[in-house]
Design a protein around this ligand. Structure first.
Ligand SMILES: [Fe+2]
Length: 294
């Protein structure tokens, strides 16, 4: 049995105070949004409580599907690195970037510099998709965040990355591993179009052709489960978790994480999900469990 923990969208609070020279372009509207709304949602104590609970559980690896940062301020990336280090060693914690991590163009460079050890392929190469083999799992990391105009949070994988994903999924299929696709944006979403993955239809076609055993995402800050079409009538579960720092009582789901206990053998995998989250009293409890068999 191999247990994978999934956290997402910590939007690490508190936001470092930006210099005026850093408040350029999209950061201006983002900063106003943080001051007016987001600082009341993303709470350091809530995140600490959630992570402390995770550490009481048995798990082998942690996946974080992006949005560690808020405005892509330079100071947010070492802060993110410290937080990742508090979760575990880089070989035990895998990260994919979210749209807030590449909020402005230089964000991707900051992320690669500070979090590269968590986002690199087993062979040490960078770029997306990367593959990290852990136990029976192959973690396949995608980058769907792209700098966008103010008020947009859409994502984009692009032809090159999707072709790389198709090739990777096909190759790993013949190796009988449990393929877990990690991506920030959900492949299916009811969010408004300006928040969605714009080439999600192509992503779903790649999954339908080559399959995957599981897809994990963040971005919508909600508990989500969608079933994607896989090859030969199979189905691929796609699950999302809320923001790991979301206080209870806001518009979106309160902070939570999922644990995936994966067992069985190729062709007969078993996967049981346990969801744990912060309740109205501030404590963490089990929210539910289920088996996601294909
Ligand atoms: Fe987010």
């Amino acid at each position: 049995m191999f247990t994978l923990a999934h956290l997402s969208d910590p939007h690490l609070p508190p936001l470092p105070e930006p210099r005026w020279t850093e408040l350029i372009g999209k950061r201006v509207t983002g900063y106003i949004n943080w001051r007016r709304k987001r600082r009341f949602i993303h709470d350091a104590a809530t995140l600490d409580t959630l992570v402390a609970d995770l550490k009481t559980q048995a798990y082998d690896h942690i996946a974080v599907t992006g949005d560690l940062a808020n405005l892509a301020l330079p100071a947010e990336y070492p802060h993110g690195r410290d937080w990742l280090d508090s979760l575990g060693a880089a070989r035990d914690v895998t990260v994919v970037p979210g749209n807030h991590d590449v909020y402005v163009g230089e964000g991707a460079t900051f992320a690669a510099r500070q979090w590269g050890a968590h986002m690199s392929d087993d062979d040490g190469s960078d770029g997306f998709p990367f593959v990290r083999r852990r136990g029976p799992l192959a973690l396949i990391g995608l980058s769907s965040g792209v700098p966008t105009a103010p008020f947009l949070a859409s994502g984009w994988l692009g032809t090159k990355q999707l072709a790389g994903l198709a090739e990777t999924l096909k190759k790993l299929q013949s190796e009988d591993v449990f393929r877990v696709v990690l991506i920030h944006h959900p492949p299916v979403s009811e969010a408004s179009r300006h928040k969605r993955l714009l080439d999600a239809d192509v992503l779903r076609r790649v999954i339908a052709m080559h399959g995957a055993e599981l897809l994990l995402h963040g971005h919508d800050h909600l508990h989500m489960l969608n079933w994607l079409d896989g090859p030969n009538g199979t189905r691929v579960p796609a699950l999302g978790v809320p923001s790991a720092s979301a206080k209870p009582g806001t518009a979106h789901d309160a902070a939570a994480y999922n644990l995936y206990a994966i067992g069985g053998t190729p062709g007969a995998w078993t996967c049981e999900v346990v969801s744990r989250g912060v309740g109205a009293d501030g404590g963490v409890t089990e929210l539910g469990r289920m088996r996601v068999e294909r």
